[in-house]
Design a binder for this molecule. Sequence first.
Ligand SMILES: [Zn+2]
Length: 89
Amino acid sequence: MPLYEYRCEDCGPFDHWRDPDQANAPLTCPRCSAPARRVYTAPGIHRRTGLLAGAGTADRARIDRALTGEPTVTTRPGGRPLPVHGHRH
Ligand SMILES: [Zn+2]
């Protein structure tokens, strides 16, 4: 089952495992039970904005190292894709 991202107006974004057939069906926030809307992200790009607020710094440093030519990290630890530019708030 794929992981979809939804967003509650009050609590912010959250993830939810769901059958693809149900991806666009209405969903309620697990925290406040308010209606949540699906957030559409590009395939393979999963931004956990708001959940890992401090992750951006470490990820950026990793990218900087990669750009300087150091053969350090070319894989994606834990299968988490590197973040794209910019931040959503
Ligand atoms: Zn909520």
